[in-house]
Design a protein around this ligand. Sequence first.
Ligand code: NI
Length: 255
Amino acid sequence: MIFDTHAHYNDEAFDEDRDELLKSLPENGVELVVNVGANLSSTEESIALAEQYGFIHAAAGVHPSDSGELTEDNFCLLESRTTHKKVVAIGEIGLDYYWDEPDRQIQKEWFARQIQLAKKCGLPIVVHSRDAAKDTLDILKAEKANEAGGIIHCFSYGTEMAREFLNLGFYLGIGGVLTFKNAKKLKEVAAYAPLDRIVLETDCPYMAPVPNRGKRNSSLNLPYVAEELSRIKGVEREEIERITFENGKKLYQIP
Ligand code: NI
């Protein structure tokens, strides 16, 4: 039983074999997937996938790098999609100072607005935060985002920051990077964070774990991540998969 809490199966990398691949997931133990929107069009595509496949749910939201497309008008449109029965979160939202576009002030404003939206509609958030730890934390605190809860996806900071986000009640999303030889910092975080606050994710088509690093990723690779987490935690892989599955169901409020 595997829960991929963050995937992008709408991506064109899956155009050739999307249906075949998605149909093969449940028979390979992947019982739940959340397909995450990164802008208005991929939010629609995520919802369409969730309507087509029972085991897929959707997150609706606009990624910081795409936050320049948001206006009051289309923000209303985004809000109207949050009542769809298969939308389980607002995401991915946040701050990206690595690409650093659009202007940080625009990223911050729409991050805050989408947190407010999540609180209003009672959904958790999926947070994308790259090279922006302090500002992310400050906004989460200022907006009382702990009331929404959610995931710090593709967690990339150290144990000090992990403690801060955990104290706010967030889960840490861990994926393929954990298997990389040079991922010392993330391995430390994985050792530090309690298992009941970790969820597995692919971020596919990106971030494939070793031994498939560099190739197209899919949820079928998550056992490699679970195996590495098993080694770090000293807990059987099946138990890792079961606990992270339950964590994902709990935070996304999936019955
Ligand atoms: Ni993503």
